[in-house]
Design a protein around this ligand. Sequence first.
Ligand code: VG1
Ligand code: CO
Length: 852
Amino acid sequence: MFVSNSDNLGATLDLKILTHFATVDASFMMECCERTENDKKGGHLAIRDSDKHLILRESAMCADEDEAAFQDITKHRFFNTNNLWIRLDKLKEIVDKFGGFIPLPMILNSKTVDPKDDKSQKVVQLETAMGAAIECFDGASAVIVPRTRFAPVKKCNDLLLLRSDAYVITDDFRPVLNPACGGAAPVVALDSKKYKMVGQLEEATKDGVPSLVDCKRLTIKGVVRMGRSTRFVGDVSITNKSDEAKFISGKIENATLDVSEEVGLGALKPTVVATAPIAGQKPGTSGLRKKTKEFMSENYLNNFVQAVLDAVVAGGTNLSEGTLVVGGDGRYYNDKAIQTIIKMGVANGVKRFWIGENGLLSTPAVSAMIRERGPVWQKAFGAFILTASHNPGGPEEDFGIKYNTQNGGPAPEYLMEATYANTTSIKNYKICSDFPEIDIATPGCTSVAADDGSSSVVVEVIPSTESHVALLKSIFDFGAIKSLLDREDFSMIYDSMHGVNGPFSKAVFVDELGQPESVLMNHIPKDDFNGGHADPNLTYAKELVAIMGLDKKGNKIDVSGSVPSFGAAADGDGDRNMILGSQFFVTPSDSLAVLVANANCIPFFSTQGGLKAVARSMPTSGAVDLVAKDLNLDFFETPTGWKFFGNLMDSKCIFKGKDYTPFICGEESFGTGSDHVREKDGIWAVLAWLNVLAAQNPDSSKALVTVEDIVRKHWATYGRNYYCRWDFEGMDAVGANAMMDKMRASTAANTGRTVGSYTIATADDFKYVDPVDGSVAQKQGIRFLMSDGSRIIFRLSGTAGSGATVRMYIEQYETEKLDLAVADALKELTTIALSLCDIKTFCGTETPTVIT
Ligand code: VG1
Ligand code: CO
C-alpha cells in the first residue's frame, strides 16, 4: 500500500520504487530526502538505541537543550517525505497485536477552532503522524529519493505558482516545472496576511491566473486582483495600501509599483456586510415562504440569498459562467427583491442576468428559460423565483423565494439542506451597493463595466413569455386547438386570478390563437392578486366557478345564460391549473388520469414514440395508476413536491439510467406537467386538455364531445376514484405536530384494525427511496390503506407561510356507482378519518377551512 500526503504533488505511484520495496522485502519503507538548510526545522529519521528500530523524530518531541543538535543537518541528514510503502500483511499483524490500532506517538499542536479566524477559541490539536508508524515495524527501511518526490503545496504562494503557466502537466499527468523557467521556479511572496486562506487567493484570481513563466520574483503587499491577461516578467513588486483590491492587468516587467491610488471596481465593487443568522430560514416543499414583512426586515432576504449562493458555489457551480435568471409572480416586494438579488449576484461573481419584463416570470416559464434560452456559453446555471405561489400577497400577506438549478427544476434536497445550514452560521453577505437600479419595465440590455476595466456585467430584461410560449408551440397542435376554439358551439374562459399567468394566457390565446380578450379573466397581474387568494380551486376561484355554473362543492347551480364549454384557472405563479367543463368539475387526480390516457394525441408524445412513464405524488388519487397499468407504462409514486419528479425525468440525461421520457406527472393539488420543463405547468395542462378535446372533435359538423363526456367515459372504462382533500389552515403548530406524532407512533397498533365497514390493511409513514439516485425521503405522510383500496392520508403542509396547515386526503374507489355526489361517496371514510386523527382534541376544530 502506498500512502502519502494529498498536498504532495511529487507523490506518484512510482513503479521503480515499488519494485525496490518488493526486492528488499521490507515491512515498511519510508521515502526520505536529504535535509537542506530549509528543512532543518522539520522532523528527521533516527535509530532508537533500545531496539534498533528506525524512528521519526519531530521537533515537538525534542527537548529544548537538544534543539541545536536536532537542527544540525550534517548530524541528522534525512527527513521524511511522508511517502510511505506498507506491507498489508505486516500492518495487519501490528493492528491485531495491539487490539485494533497502531500505538503511535502523539504530537501536540496549538490551533484555533475556526482555522480561518485567529481570534476564535484556542484549542489543542492532537495528531499522530503516519510516518511515525515506522517505529512499530520490525524490518522497516528507508530509501533516499530525489527532491522531485517531495513537492508539497503548503501556502498560497505555492498554489499560485502551481496553477500558473510556471508548471505544466506531463503526458502521465504529473505537474512539473515548465522547462521554460530554466530549472528555477519563480519566487512568489504574497502578503501573508491577505493571502493566508485559499479563498483569498481564489478571490484574487477570480478573473484568471496570471502568467509567471517569465517571472523571477513576484512580491505582493496588500490586496490585488489579477486576470488571465496579467503577465509578470522578471522581478516585480506590487504594493497596494488601500483596502480595495486593485486590478493588475497586462505585462508588468521588472517594476516596483504602488497601485494604492489606482481606480477600483466602481459600480462592481463588492461590500462585505456583517450579519447574523436569522432563525427559521428552512425551505419547505417549495422554497422559503414567510410573511412579507418578515422578508422585508433587515438582512432577511440578503441572508437567504447569500446562503443559497454559497451552497450553489460549494456544489461546484461557477457563478461567473452562464446566466442567473431572476423573476417572480409579481407579488408585493417582487421588484425590490429583484434589485437586491442582482446586486448580491454581482458581488458574488455573476456576470449575466436574465430578468423577466416587469419582474414577471411564471414558475414554468423560468424552467423553460433555463432549459431553452441562449447559446451554450450563456446557458442559465440557475434561477431565483420570487413566489409564494397560491398564498395571498401584499404587505400583510406572504412572500417567498426558491432556487432552481441547471436542469430547470427546484433545487434538490441536499442543496436546500446546505442552504439552511448556511443560514444558521452566516456571518456576512456580499453586495454591490453602487450597482445601478435596473429598469425592469423595459426589455433590453444594460451593461455595467468596472472602472478599472477588469470585468463587466450584463443585465438583460427579457419579454416574459418568450421562451415558454415558443416551447408550448412546439408541444401542441396549435392548428387543431385553434379550430376547436373557433367553433361556434365552443367557448372558453381562463382565469389568471391576477397572478403572473395573465401575460402568458394573453400571449397564447389572444396573440397566437387569435381569440378575443374576453376569453381572459383577471389577466392583469396585481401585487396583491386583487386582495384574493390566487389558488385555482372551487373555493377560491369563486367568480370563475359561478360562471361555469357550479358551487364550491362542485355541484351544479341554476344558471340563466349560457355557460362556457371550457373553463380553467391558474395560481399566482402560473404552475397550477383547474379544469372545468360546462357545469362540471374535473378533479386534478382525474385530470391527470385522463391526460395520461389521451396523451398520444399530443404531438410532443406521439412524435417521440408515445408516452413512456407516469408519476403521481403519494396523496394524489390512484386514478392514474389504473391507466398506467392498462397502457403498460412505468409508474412511480413520489412524495409531495415537484422536485421528486425531476430526477425521474432526468434518469437518462443526467443519471445515465433508464429513460422514462416522455413523461407525465401530477399532484392532487392542481399541478400537472410533463418533461418539457422541470416544474408543473398550468398553461401546459390547459393546452393539453384543449388538444385532447380537439382530437376528440375532429369534425366540427358533429355535436361537441364535451369535457364531461370525456371524463364520464373514462370512469366507465376505469372506474371512479372518489376523492377529496380537507385543509385545516392556521392550526397551532404544536398541536398539529403532536397529532402527527401520535398517529406515527400508532401505525403498528392501527394496522389490522377494523374501523366501521373498513379494515386498515396497513398504517404507515410514507417513505420514498428515489429509484434514480437512491436518496431517501422519510416522514412524508401518515397513510391508512384500507383492505378495499380506499385510503386516508394525513400530512402537514410544507408551504404554509405561518402556523401549521393539516391536510387530510380521502379516497374511495368505485366501479359501479359512478354518479354519487363526492361528499356522499366519502361520508363514512371522512368520519373515520376525523376519529383516527382526533384533530378536535389536538387542534380544537374539525371544520376544514377549504375542501378541494
Ligand atoms: C403544496 C401542495 C403540493 C405542491 C406545493 C407547491 O404543498 O400540496 O402538492 O407541490 O404546494 O405548489 P404542501 O406542502 O403545502 O402540501 V405551488 O403551486 O404552491 O409552488
Ligand atoms: Co404555484
